[in-house]
Design a protein around this ligand. Structure first.
Ligand code: AMP
Ligand code: GLY
Length: 429
C-alpha cells in the first residue's frame, strides 16, 4: 500500500511510526510532516489545507489510502473532495466533522438522542447569555461554538469570570467568528477520560482508554494546552467503564448520526467526564487525539494499515482489535512560554541515541542536519512498560537526556494513576 498522512504533529508521527511496521505498507508520505517524521516517511511541501495539491499528489502517485490527522482539513471538506475524485481517505466528511466543528451541532444531537452531557443553552446575543449566567450562577462553562485551537472553552469559577468570557468572545471577538455563537453549559466535576473508537459508518471498535493532562503546570495548574502528556491504561477505569461509555455514548451517537442521514467514518473521539461511575460527554472530536494517539497506538497489536483501510472502505466488521497489556506514558516537552508566545529555532540535543523511549516529534524541523524546535509542543517522549510505574520511569529517564533552551514539561504525568496501579497490585499480591 502507498499511504499519505496529512498533518505535522506528534499524532501524525505516531501514525507514521505504527504504519511503518506494517508489512503491507510499501511507501509512506506525509504532508507536511516534521523533523522526526522525515526519518520514516517522505515529507511533502504541501500544507494540510492545500486540498487541490493534496488531491493532485494522491492521484499522480497512485496513493491507496490517505489518512487525515488534524480537524481543520476535515471541517474544510477534504474527505468529500477526495471521495468525489474516487480516492480512498480515512476521516469523516464535512457534515460529520461538524461534530467537532460546531459545539452546538454536537450538543443538539446529544440532547435529541439523550446522550449524557451537561445541560446547556446556545446564544448569539451577549445580553441574553449574561442573563442566563446570572440566573444559573457559577461555576459554569462558556464555550465558543466554532474551532478555537483548543482555547475556546472557559471554565468560569465566578460569575465575573463568566461575564468576562462572554464579553471577550462576543464583544471583543477573542476567538474571531468561532465565538460569535456561544454554548453555555453546566460545570461537571469528575475525572476526565478520552475514549476513541474506529467507526466505518456502522461498525464501531473502541480503542483503549487514555487520559490527557491539559493544564500546562504540575497539579493541573495554569492555562489549558493542547495536552502536556497522556497515559493508558487509566486505572481504576477499565473494561466496565469502556463498555458503559460504548453502550450509553458511542453506539447511540453513531446510531443518531445514521438516523440524521450522516455517514460517519474515521475516528470518533469522546472526551468524557466521569461523575462517579457515570460518563458524560465533554466534547466530541472527529479525529485521533493528540497526544492520546502517542500512548494508544503503541498498545495496538493489529496492523494499523489494515484497520484504517477497513474503516475507510466500510469493512470493519471482520476486524477485531487486540491490545497489549503493557502501559504507555507520553510526556510532552514544550517550548518555554507555551501555550502563550514562545521562541522557535533552538537546537535539540540528546535525542539521537535514545533507546528506552519513542520520541514522537510534535513541533520540530530539520535544518542542515540539525533538529530544531519549531512549535509549542516540541516532543512527546513515550515509553512502554509492564505497568504505569515502569513506563513513567523510562519516559522520565529519557526526558532527563533531552535538552533545548527553555524546555518545559510536567513532572506529574500519570503519577496518580501509577500510584493507584501499584497500590492495587500490592493489595492483590
Ligand atoms: P474542551 O475543549 O471542550 O475539551 O474543553 C476543554 C476543557 O475544559 C476540558 O478538558 C475540561 O477540562 C473543561 N470542561 C469543558 N466542559 C466542561 C464542563 N461542562 N464541566 C467541567 N469542565 C469542563
Ligand atoms: N488531546 C486532546 C485533543 O486531541 O483534542
Amino acid at each position: 500500500m502507498r499511504i499519505l498522512i496529512i498533518g505535522a504533529g506528534g499524532r501524525e508521527h505516531a501514525l507514521v511510526w505504527k504504519l511503518s511496521q506494517s508489512p503491507n505498507v510499501k511507501e509512506l508520505y506525509c504532508a507536511p510532516g516534521n523533523g522526526g517524521i522525515a526519518e520514516m516517511a517522505t515529507c511533502l511541501l504541501i500544507k494540510e489545507t492545500e486540498i487541490d495539491k493534496l488531491v493532485q499528489f494522491a492521484k499522480e502517485q497512485a496513493i491507496d489510502l490517505t489518512v487525515v490527522g488534524p480537524e481543520v482539513p476535515l471541517i474544510a471538506g477534504i474527505v468529500d473532495r477526495f471521495q468525489r475524485e474516487g480516492l480512498v481517505i480515512f476521516g469523516p466528511n464535512q457534515k460529520a466533522a461538524q461534530l467537532e466543528g460546531s459545539k452546538q451541532f454536537a450538543k443538539d444531537i446529544m440532547k435529541r438522542y439523550q446522550i449524557p452531557t451537561a445541560a446547556y443553552e446556545t446564544f448569539t446575543d451577549a445580553e441574553a447569555a449574561k442573563a442566563y449566567v446570572r440566573q444559573k450562577g457559577a461555576p459554569i462553562v462558556v464555550k465558543a461554538d466554532g474551532l478555537a485551537a483548543g482555547k475556546g472553552v472557559i471554565v468560569a469559577h465566578t460569575m465575573e469570570e463568566a461575564i468576562r468570557a462572554i464579553e471577550d468572545c462576543m464583544e471583543h471577538a477573542a476567538f474571531g467568528d468561532a465565538g460569535s455563537k456561544l454554548v453555555i453549559e453546566d460545570f461537571l466535576e469528575g475525572i476526565e477520560l478520552s475514549l476513541m473508537a474506529f467507526v466505518d459508518g456502522t461498525v464501531i471498535r473502541p480503542m483503549v482508554l487514555a487520559q490527557d493532562h491539559k493544564p500546562v503546570f504540575d497539579g493541573g495548574k495554569g492555562p489549558n494546552t493542547g495536552g502536556m502528556g497522556t497515559y493508558s491504561p487509566v486505572p481504576p477505569y477499565g473494561e466496565e467503564t469502556r463498555e458503559r461509555a460504548m453502550k450509553e455514548i458511542l453506539i447511540p451517537m453513531v446510531q443518531a448520526l445514521q438516523a440524521e442521514g450522516i455517514h460517519y467514518q474515521g475516528v470518533l473521539y469522546a472526551g468524557l467526564m466521569m461523575v462517579g461511575e457515570q460518563p458524560y460527554v465533554i466534547e466530541f472530536n472527529a479525529r485521533f487525539g493528540d497526544p492520546e494517539t502517542q500512548v494508544v497506538l503503541p498498545r495496538l497489536e493489529n496492523d494499523l494499515a489494515e484497520v484504517l483501510y477497513a474503516v475507510a472502505t466500510g469493512n470493519l466488521e471482520g476486524i477485531s482489535l487486540d491490545w497489549k497489556k503493557d502501559a504507555a506514558v507520553c510526556v510532552i516537552l514544550a517550548s518555554g512560554g507555551y501555550p502563550g508566545s514562545y521562541q522557535k529555532g533552538y537546537p535539540i540535543t540528546g535525542i539521537s541515541s535514545e533507546k528506552k523511549s519513542i520520541l514522537f516529534h510534535s513541533g520540530t524541523k530539520q535544518d542542515a542536519g540539525e533538529i530544531q524546535t519549531a512549535g509549542g509542543r516540541v516532543l512527546g517522549v513515550t515509553a512502554v512498560g509492564q505497568d504505569l510505574v515502569e513506563a513513567r520511569d523510562k519516559a522520565y529517564e529519557t526526558v532527563q537526556q533531552v535538552q533545548f533552551q527553555d524546555m518545559h514539561y510536567r513532572t506529574d504525568i500519570a503519577l496518580w494513576a501509577a500510584n493507584q496501579q501499584r497500590r492495587s497490585f500490592n493489595k492483590s499480591n
